[in-house]
Design a binder for this molecule. Structure first.
Ligand SMILES: *[C@@H]1O[C@H](CO)[C@@H](O)[C@H](O)[C@H]1NC(C)=O
Ligand SMILES: *[C@@H]1O[C@H](CO)[C@@H](O)[C@H](O)[C@H]1NC(C)=O
Ligand SMILES: *[C@@H]1O[C@H](CO)[C@@H](O)[C@H](O)[C@H]1NC(C)=O
Ligand SMILES: *[C@@H]1O[C@H](CO)[C@@H](O)[C@H](O)[C@H]1NC(C)=O
Ligand SMILES: *[C@@H]1O[C@H](CO)[C@@H](O)[C@H](O)[C@H]1NC(C)=O
Length: 231
């Protein structure tokens, strides 16, 4: 993060645009880095009562298309990854044959609209934990992609404390606002500092004439004189 701030050269742009530009470039960087993407949805966990039947959601997307996409679901059991099911999808829209390793598991996604969700019937407490939806697309040099979904098995559903949720939400909102403010302030400070520095340099050049030309101050007095360049 810190490196990026200096990489965009805040002094060349107006402060607000620098911040917006940075956010965009970070987002673009993240997007373009992921050709294949596995997603377990916006809420990557589920709290469910013992004995109920739950769906573990997962979809994939790929901007370059898929061909023989290998995918599996893995369950982290006491630190070891157990395969839940696996298959290879020849092309989009084709329903693959899925091999299932864990009991009470059903492949319900059917690759319909890139859906590779599974159903876990009659869950027990031992089913609680982290489930990884994994995908590998040979079209992009077999790079691994995955998303993690957590299943929490409970005795009975707790009543969600709404006030606490609101407090947390406003705290998060406040923190973001503070961060934005800080970022703008930092940028502005850098901007002012660089302007001051520029002024200082100009003064040095005109008074002594021994500064180098590498700062883009062409046409200044230092240019015409054949003074040795400072390294
Ligand atoms: C979980 O649910 C199953 C079926 O409803 C029941 O047989 C089992 O005793 C329950 N386990 C616990 C620890 O409550
Ligand atoms: C996982 O750990 C729990 C308690 O630590 C144990 O009861 C259970 O048998 C373990 N499961 C496996 C598959 O090792
Ligand atoms: C889930 O439990 C119900 C009722 O106990 C039973 O009828 C059903 O066969 C079970 N399903 C699976 C996949 O085990
Ligand atoms: C995936 O398929 C299941 C079963 O048909 C469905 O319940 C779920 O909504 C689908 N998910 C998405 C993201 O389409
Ligand atoms: C991808 O995952 C497999 C295991 O499923 C592993 O053997 C391989 O080294 C991984 N490849 C990369 C590039 O991480």
């Amino acid at each position: 993060m810190e490196v990026l701030w200096f990489g965009v050269e805040p002094a060349r742009l107006d402060p607000p645009y620098t911040a917006i530009g940075l956010i965009f470039s970070v987002l673009l960087g993240v997007w373009s880095a992921e050709a294949l993407e596995m997603s377990v949805g916006k809420i990557p966990f589920l709290e469910a009562v013992n004995g109920s039947t739950v769906m573990l959601p997962c979809t994939y997307s790929s901007c370059i298309g898929i061909e023989n996409l290998y995918f599996n679901w893995q369950f982290n059991q006491n630190g070891t990854m157990q395969r839940v099911c696996e298959s290879t999808i020849p092309t989009e829209g084709v329903e693959p044959k899925v091999t299932i390793f864990k009991e009470r598991v059903e492949f319900v996604g059917k690759n319909h609209h890139n859906n590779i969700s599974i159903l876990l019937w009659n869950i027990t407490f031992d089913d609680g934990g982290l489930y990884t939806c994994f995908g590998r697309n040979p079209k992009e040099k077999d790079k691994n992609h995955s998303a993690i979904f957590e299943l929490i098995v409970v005795d009975e559903l707790r009543v969600v404390d709404k006030t606490l949720t609101i407090i947390i939400a406003s705290a998060v909102g406040g923190a973001i606002a503070l961060l934005m403010g800080f970022m703008l302030l930092k940028n502005f400070t850098l901007f002012v500092l660089s302007k001051l520095e520029e002024k200082n340099k100009e003064c040095l050049v005109t008074s002594s004439g021994i500064d180098n030309t590498e700062n883009g101050l062409s046409g200044s007095k230092a240019d015409s004189k054949a003074t040795p360049k400072k390294k």
